[in-house]
Ligand binder design. Structure first.
Ligand code: NAD
Length: 503
């Protein structure tokens, strides 16, 4: 039996429960169907076969989950931080113990390659460990003293929060939102993406098996415009942490306005990788191709615009095209696979439509640009060259293994092209001139920049975007700013005399 056949057999075992019982909601520690009894079907990106039936929830289910989260908040928010830490570390250990199951299920549900998903499961555990360690001090603040007052400024958890997640790397992204919320003392209602709900179900089960009290984390499945919308409108949900498209962020802001929801948005990107002719070209080729072709390019921080100095443009794009053509596209569970099938035929259609757009706009397809095979959502790693920044392929988030290359003349030209998009999530800069790197990073409109490297995350650093790419930051203590209220209490000092207004 080949490794792929063996992996497929193991995945079938892990997936059997979902095929049999579907993906139901998880509310107050119970596995429950939607109140309406309705379900919708999810399909495999590998061959479009039916994977499972999923609870199709609406406002009634969200209300049940919000009530469970509100009830659980009473004790979880008062559980000492050190105790929360212990439980969340156990969750991290339980994730590690079931990392293979999580990775296999994620691959089958999303089409992402196993080589990346096995690391994503472990990154989920790392997220829990990192935020667990911060739980004991999460309420800490400052004491400030004046001649008349002693001020104590502390933080307290904001309340039950809603977490709405997208279909790309859903397990990792769920932990990235849920771990800090739980560490802060909040309870959670999660609405996973309708295309990829399976690993959210695994996470809540794993968390409860590790000792997370029932009702602290609840999962409600369903469509964005019904279940998601109800979550953003519910009066008992105090904040919404959302990862998804910029346009959906605007909807959520409107939907949450009546209840004055606090929002935290991680949205789309059209991130430039800018390569100057003094850069280490070998490393730049590796990083640029890694950042667009890994994770199927279905990644918010993908380097989807390649800006190359005109002196090295031909050579550099030829090398990128060579890499793109050599990348193995295949079954997500094949250990050799780099690019798996895109998440869903609907998304595949969107990505394929840009191949026509590129041709109409006059760009050249230097690699890929077509569907692979008859079955499943496979497309070839693609490079568009000779593009200009006003083209749709340079402005719109394609969210696939598709790179648009644009030449530039000098620093000013590179900056003007890089900043001329509505997004501002990440930017990657390649130059060996330190002063140039300083000048460029001063002016680039992006929340996160990497100089001479691919995207490497360090969890204490802030993660988030500017412009249409987001509101707020995650990571370090920034996550706690979102999930907690800052409260000041003032005590009078002996010297303080209260003004008398009369009698
Ligand atoms: P999406 O916006 O279509 O959906 C995301 C989630 O929002 C889903 O759970 C969906 O059901 C829900 N939703 C949809 N409409 C809603 C509504 N009206 N009210 C409440 N919830 C609603 O995004 P997607 O296609 O699942 O994910 C891809 C997008 O996510 C890309 O734009 C990508 O860049 C972005 N993303 C950003 C980051 C980041 O950190 N900035 C990370 C990952 C993904």
């Amino acid at each position: 039996m080949s490794t792929l056949d063996d992996n497929i057999a193991r995945a079938r075992d892990y997936m059997a429960r979902f095929a049999k019982d579907g993906v139901m909601n998880h509310i107050g520690g119970e596995n429950v169907p939607a109140v309406s009894g309705e379900t919708f079907e999810i399909i495999s990106p590998v061959d479009l076969s039916t994977l499972a039936q999923v609870a199709k929830s609406d406002a009634a289910d969200i209300d049940r989950a919000a009530k469970a989260a509100k009830e659980a908040f009473k004790s979880w928010s008062k559980t000492p931080g050190a105790e929360r830490r212990k439980i969340l570390i156990k969750v991290a250990e339980a994730i590690e113990a079931r990392a293979e199951e999580i990775a296999f299920v994620e691959c089958m549900d999303t089409g992402q390659a196993l080589r990346f998903m096995s690391k994503a499961a472990l990154r989920g555990a790392a997220n829990f460990r990192f935020f667990a360690d911060q739980a004991p001090a999460s309420e800490d603040g400052a004491v400030t003293r004046t001649p008349t007052q002693m001020n104590t400024t502390t933080r307290r958890p904001i309340g039950p929060v809603g977490v709405i997640t997208p279909w790309n790397t859903p397990f990792m992204l769920s932990t990235w939102k849920i771990a800090p919320a739980l560490a802060a003392g909040c309870t959670v209602v999660q609405k996973p993406a309708e295309f990829s709900p399976m690993t959210a179900k695994l996470l809540v089960e794993i968390a409860e098996s590790a000792g997370l009290p029932k009702g602290v984390l609840n999962v409600v499945n369903g469509l964005g415009e019904t279940a998601g919308k109800s979550l953003t409108e519910h009066k008992d949900i105090k904040a919404i942490a959302f990862v998804g498209e910029s346009n959906t962020g605007s909807h959520i802001m409107r939907q949450g306005a009546a209840t004055l929801k606090r929002v935290h948005f991680e949205l789309g990107g059209k991130n430039p990788v800018i390569v100057f002719d003094d850069a280490d070209i070998d490393r730049a080729v590796d990083a640029a191709t890694f950042m667009i072709y890994s994770l199927n390019g279905e990644r918010c921080t993908s380097s989807s615009r390649l800006l190359v100095q005109d002196t090295i443009y031909e050579e550099f794009t030829a090398r990128v095209a060579k890499v793109a053509k050599s990348i193995k596209v295949g079954h997500p569970l094949d250990p050799e696979t780099v690019v798996g099938p895109l998440i869903h035929p609907v998304h595949e259609e969107k990505v394929l439509s840009y191949f026509e757009t590129a041709k109409k706009e006059g760009a050249i397809i230097a690699a890929g640009g077509e569907k692979i095979g008859e079955e499943g959502c496979y497309i070839g790693p693609t490079l568009f060259t000779d593009a200009s920044n006003d083209m749709a392929i340079a402005q719109e988030e394609i969210f696939g293994p598709v790179l648009t290359a644009i030449p530039f003349k000098d620093e000013a030209d590179a900056l003007s092209i890089a900043n001329d998009v509505e997004y501002g999530l990440a930017a990657y800069l390649w130059t060996n001139d330190l002063n140039r790197a300083m000048r460029m990073t001063d002016e680039l409109e992006a929340g996160m920049m990497w100089v001479n490297s691919e995207n490497i995350r360090h969890l204490p650093t802030p993660f988030g975007g500017v412009k249409s790419s987001g509101i707020g930051r995650d990571g370090g203590d920034w996550s706690f700013d979102f999930y907690m209220e800052t409260v000041n209490v003032s005590f009078p000092r002996a010297e303080h005399k209260i003004p008398k207004l009369g009698g």
